[in-house]
Each structure stands twice: as C-alpha cells, then as structure tokens.
Write a protein that binds this ligand. Structure first.
Ligand code: NAP
Length: 309
C-alpha cells in the first residue's frame, strides 16, 4: 500500500508540512533523518518566532511542533533516506532507507542544510576534538579557556554570545572587517566585553596538543597574507550550511550552491509530486518562520496534487 505523503526531514518545514497534511486527513509519514528537530535543536533562545514574545528555546519549539504534528495523526520513522526514485508508469515514488522501502504518491523534501567546514588540512580528524559547528552541544566543555567562532553572520554572533557563558574569552574570526549579521545581533556582539573580533582573518591551520586536541589556530591575514598563531582550545565554525539534497539524484535541479530549484512562486520541483520546503530549497531567507511557511505551502500543494490525480 502506498502512502499519500512522505515528508523527509523533521525541522520547522517538515513538522509544519506534517501538521497541515495530517489535518487534511492524509496521514503523513515523516522520515526524520538523524537530526530530529533540525537546526533549531542546536540553537539556544529563539527571539523572532511569532507568538513567543518572551522567546523560546530552540529545542522546546521543535518539541512542541512534533507534539502538534502527532496530535493530528502524523507517524514518524526514525531513519535516514538513502534515495528517492519515481516510477513514471505508476506515478509512485519509492523512498529507500537503510532498512526498508516505502511507496508514496507525493514526497515533501524538508531535509534542511548541514554546517559547512572550510576544508583546512587535518580538519576532519579534529572534528569533535576542539573543532565543532555546535556551540549549544559542545560549549559547556570549554569552561574558563579561550575559544573562537569563525564567521560573521547571525549564527556566528549567536554562537559567540552563547559561548561567553563558559569560555574565558571568545575570539570572533571573520574574513572581512564588517559583520554580515543583522544590525541588532552585530551591535550586541561588538558590545560584548568577552568577545574579541579578529578582523580580516581566516584559519589556515591548527596547532594540536599531545592528545590530538586543538591547542591553537594559525591565522592568515586576508589582506597581507601574513600568518600568526592564536592560542585557544576550541574552534566553532559558523560559516553557513550546505543543503542536504544529494540523495535526490536527478529528480531535482539545483542552483550553484546546491539549493533545490522550485517552480517560481511554488514549492513544486521539476518532478511532479515532489515538493521542497525549508532551508534545502531556500537560498534567500533561511529563517525558522519562513521554513515553517514553506512547509505549509508544500503541504497544500501536495494535497491539491493528490486530489488532481
Ligand atoms: P551566513 O549568513 O551565510 O554567514 C556565513 C558567514 O561565514 C559570513 O560572514 C561569511 O563571510 C563567512 N564565511 C563563509 N564561508 C567562509 C569561509 N570559507 N571561510 C571563512 N568565512 C566564511 O550564515 P549563517 O550565519 O549561518 O546564517 C544563515 C541564515 O540564517 C541567515 O539568513 C541568517 O540571518 C539566519 N539566522 C538567523 C538567526 C536569528 O535571526 N536569530 C540566527 C542564525 C541564523 P562573508 O560575510 O564575508 O560572506
């Protein structure tokens, strides 16, 4: 028996699509992937999600969304999707995970995006040993020692502010001399006495201790090429994200950064019955609320597609 709707991904877009399709009696199945709750589970306080004037912790918000989706009959499969194919003769999609295969009339892809690393030599083996992309997950391990955040966007500012609770000092290493972050975040960051900006700099190497843990970073000045050493115990990367769409093969077109391309004004992709919502298909806004809105739109489009077929 085939499903009506399979939603791949359990972040803001996926949960919202689930709430809408469940309320439309389509009994959606959400295949969560390994990061249940999506990127907001790695943030702290969310101040800009409407309806929470006092703010809400990211993980709490996602837990509430899941609860709301479950209340209307959404089912969850806690697996990773490996591939999706469409049988043109039946119009059905086959969604393959490591343990089984599902069939569905429609698919909503809401797989979000994963943290990027800049591809510095030796980086791979340092992840988890003083190199990470999640301050909420790892910040508390670095008490009373200097740490650094790399990046100049909202994420970098947010991570830096969070880390001031633990670290003795937080360097904010940015490749330019102005922050990309929103004005309120940038002003707060630069006013914070525990945060020291390191302008016009990138990390070009790491210094490790005898246990193989990060003990410092080698900086290169982006204007002069001069190098220097910065003693620190952990580097938190906040240089953006890569959309998670590789498992879809040729079912979708992507832009140069890998974001799924949609029919203008819609969540539909080039494959009828396959919709994309949230950060995996949004190179412009990438906000919790805009992802939720895209999840809602994708759900309504999926419902109309099923009715029309
Ligand atoms: P982002 O806005 O794309 O910023 C990435 C930062 O990393 C930029 O400053 C960029 O430098 C730098 N960068 C990129 N590649 C680099 C490299 N190879 N080496 C060194 N630096 C590099 O990403 P984000 O901060 O994750 O934010 C993504 C979206 O989520 C944004 O729309 C943001 O507004 C939103 N967001 C919102 C909130 C909030 O409202 N509370 C919190 C977090 C994120 P350049 O500036 O030179 O390009």
């Amino acid at each position: 028996m085939s499903e009506n709707v399979i939603i791949i991904g359990a972040g803001c877009a996926g949960y919202t699509a689930a709430i809408y399709t469940a309320r439309a009696n389509l009994t959606p199945l959400v295949i969560t992937g390994s990061q249940i709750g999506g990127q907001l589970t790695t943030t702290t306080e969310v101040e800009n999600f409407p309806g929470f004037p006092e703010g809400i912790m990211g993980p709490d918000l996602m837990f509430r969304m899941q609860e709301q989706a479950e209340k209307f009959g959404t089912r969850f499969a806690y697996e990773d999707v490996i591939s999706v194919i469409k049988d043109e003769s039946t119009g059905l999609f086959t969604i393959k995970t490591s343990s089984q295969e599902y069939q569905s009339k429609t698919v909503i892809v809401a797989t979000g995006a994963s943290a990027r690393y800049p591809d510095i030599e030796g980086e791979e083996k340092l992840i988890g040993h003083g190199l990470t992309a999640c301050a909420t997950c790892d910040g508390a391990f670095y008490r009373d020692v200097p740490v650094a955040v790399v990046g100049g966007g909202d994420s970098a500012c947010e991570e830096a502010a969070f880390l001031t609770r633990f670290a003795s000092k937080v360097y904010l290493i940015h490749r330019r001399d102005t922050l990309r972050a929103s004005r309120i975040m940038a002003e707060r960051t630069l006013a914070n006495e525990k945060i020291t900006p390191v302008w016009n700099s990138v990390i070009s190497g790491y210094i490790t201790d005898d246990k193989g843990e990060v003990d410092g970073a080698i900086l290169t000045d982006t204007r002069t090429g001069a190098t220097s050493e910065l003693p620190l115990k952990c580097v938190f990367m906040a240089i953006g994200h890569t959309p998670n769409s590789s498992f879809l093969g040729d079912l979708v077109d992507r832009d140069s950064a890998g974001y799924i391309m949609r029919t203008p004004g819609l969540m539909a992709t080039k494959t009828p019955g396959l919709f994309a919502a949230g950060d995996v298909a949004d190179p412009h806004y990438r906000q919790a609320i805009s992802s939720a809105g895209m999840g809602c739109s994708a759900a309504i489009e999926a419902e109309r597609y099923i009715m029309g077929h």
